[in-house]
Design a protein around this ligand. Structure first.
Ligand code: GLP
Length: 234
């Protein structure tokens, strides 16, 4: 695991952009994308750049169950707002949170991932060490599945909704095995609230209690953290 510490969020976005642009330059065809506040500065850098994704494919990590793409809290909406409206891809895939048959939707998404191997995956990290919505306890061999969100994740994400009751209770999410299949991974972390998770991910044992710790086993991971998120590292 390579770790790069930047002094603030805007520098973090620039650093992440450089890594992504290099991967694209070297021939990456499929990008794995994430939502949340962590990649926002990266997406701003991309939007302002000369990068052209019109011949590329994107696959997103996850989507809330029950939210339509028009719902401002959905991850479809987030991606359009922060990235796709500026930099359209030839094809962009996200799980369909409104699918009638969630099991079948998970199967369809695994098929999409099999057909579009991810060259570079962008990741954030939850305060409890989750990646995408893979909460503590998720098996490392998991593939796309429906996840019941933990209380802590529902609370952490409530800030984006009018009330905590509006936060969806589950999501469709790539599994840990899907994420680990990416050729290269960039994990972004900002702020003090991520410091414990970053320490556990980098310095702790590889355990399903800290889903992100599995990344220690991946051959090409770069963690880009701001000083606050890196503050507990030895
Ligand atoms: C959510 C998302 C994750 C994200 C995490 C951290 O639960 N499903 O993909 O990495 O929260 O979010 P943020 O980047 O806003 O701190």
């Amino acid at each position: 695991m390579k770790i790069i510490v930047m002094k603030n969020a805007s520098e973090l976005g620039k650093q992440a952009f450089d890594l992504l642009a290099k991967a694209v330059d070297e021939g990456a065809k499929t990008l794995g994308l994430a939502t949340g506040s962590s990649p926002v500065e990266l997406y701003q850098e991309i939007a302002a750049s000369q990068l052209d994704f019109s011949q590329m494919t994107s696959v997103n990590l996850d989507e809330y169950v029950g939210l339509s793409p028009e719902n401002p809290q959905s991850y479809h909406y987030f991606m359009n707002k922060h990235l796709f409206q500026y930099k359209p891809f030839k094809r962009s895939y996200l799980p369909d949170g409104q699918a009638k048959d969630i099991q079948a939707e998970c199967g369809r998404y695994n098929q999409i991932l099999a057909e579009n191997p991810v060259d570079l995956q962008v990741l954030g990290i939850g305060q409890n060490g989750h990646i995408a919505f893979n909460e503590p306890g998720t098996p490392f061999d998991s593939v796309t599945h429906e996840v019941a969100l933990t209380e802590s994740t529902i609370k952490a994400n409530a800030r984006f909704f009018d009330s905590i009751d509006e936060v969806p209770k589950s999501a469709i999410c790539m599994g840990i095995a899907n994420i680990m299949a990416a050729k290269e991974i960039i994990l972004l972390a900002k702020g003090e609230s991520k410091a414990k998770a970053i320490k556990a991910m980098v310095e702790g044992p590889v355990t399903t209690d800290v889903p992100a710790s599995v990344l220690q086993k991946h051959p090409n991971v770069t963690v880009v953290a701001d000083q606050a998120a890196a503050s507990l590292l030895k």
